[in-house]
Write a protein that binds this ligand. Sequence first.
Ligand code: AMP
Length: 501
Amino acid sequence: MTKFTDLNLNPKVLKAVVEAGYETPTPIQAGAIPPALDGRDVLGIAQTGTGKTASFVLPMITLLARGRARARMPRSLVLCPTRELAAQVAENFDTYTKYLKLTKALLIGGVSFKEQDTLIDKGVDVLIATPGRLLDHFERGKLILSDVKVMVVDEADRMLDMGFIPDIERIFGLTPFTRQTLFFSATMAPEIERITNTFLSNPERIEVARQATASETIEQGVVMFKVSRRDKEASEKRAVLRKLIDGEGDACTNAIIFCNRKTDVDIVAKSLKKYGYDAAPIHGDLDQSQRTRTLDGFRNGELRFLVASDVAARGLDVPSVSHVFNFDVPSHAEDYVHRIGRTGRAGRAGKAMMICAPRDEKNFDAIERLIQREIPRLDNPLGSPEPAPADMEDSAEKPKRARRTRGRKDSPETQAPATPTEVTTEPPVEAQIETPVAEAAAVRDVAPEPAPERRQQDDTRQNRGGANRRGGKGRNDNTPVGMGDHMPGFIAMSFDERRTD
Ligand code: AMP
């Protein structure tokens, strides 16, 4: 078996690796480090969790250990699809360069340009960036890419999903033709194949086992969820989620809850919080400081439930996540593998549970085909659905639906966060466990304020009946109400005259 000492790494890098507690290189490390140190291009087909970050950082810093960076001319470039992933690579870089004098800058959105400019001006050995931010700096004339010796593209398949491929192609074109390229992707979609054929030169190709086959330590389950009433699907799903969490008791030390849409990330997090669960959302629309705070809290155990979108959670390295809950079935089967791979890491036990609504069954089938196994069916913890009686809850729900259809544009990644009112709306099945706050909200909604147009209608109806207190052109008869038997005659006369005008 290959040992780190067999890999020709710089002794100072080796020392840092030993201190990080690694004993043997992972397959992607054993496969990628030797050709990378020989200056060859590498095409690594590996997912997060396989040790791929060290497989490019270790040879890169060994190669950079000699030489110095010049102002505004970074010597290497690492491109990552998300800020979180870029920040994680930067952390890895700090760990492994502990005994080397190498400098780095992290170019991600949400950090001031000024701070980043100062670092670049001084000269950096490693630039870790998201593609958009890197190009922003370049266009401002603050960055020269003609001295880049090593360029890394990490999680290329995610770059493709996020529409970054044109940016990547442009960045390739801005770096010298002679650069060395280390390119990583979990899958080889045709578009990725095309890029690698264009920009990599005779790469060493290393493919490591898919996480799907490595996820034997993860116990999986799915609730084939049938809603009792269509208009209550979302809130019943939230009730199922709570029951699943509760059913795990203390075994659920912490969990990531995945939703397909940012709006649902917000709604589920708010709803869980309302029910007393320690939960916070993370997705791309939240500002960077909030995302960092939430992630740090989750990593160090202060936060128990992280409600996340796929993009935000991509590549997150939290070593001990006991559970993953898929609130939705992901629409790409690959994402299921990424999601459940957040638990059961490093040989630990993990549990992944999913809620599958009837409309998601096609996507669910694709997942079972991909992982080549049947996911055990779990009983719906709410029991089998029964039609709800047309009770007070019904009238509580109706005004809200009317509001929703009027103002919302529902497109998966662009929806506005839900209003708190929507979150407090819960289905009949939850009525037994409603909190006092939610109850109050529900009662408020049973007797809603009439909407302005409704008020208008009521007035018109009164007018038709001739009961117009204020008078006006809409009247059909001239019998005013509210005057009793003592109406002065001139009131009726003056109206009649105006009506004939
Ligand atoms: P990555 O795939 O780069 O996200 O790495 C996943 C996890 O594996 C991280 O927590 C690394 O710190 C850890 N790791 C990387 N290389 C090794 C190794 N050779 N031995 C043990 N753990 C490792």
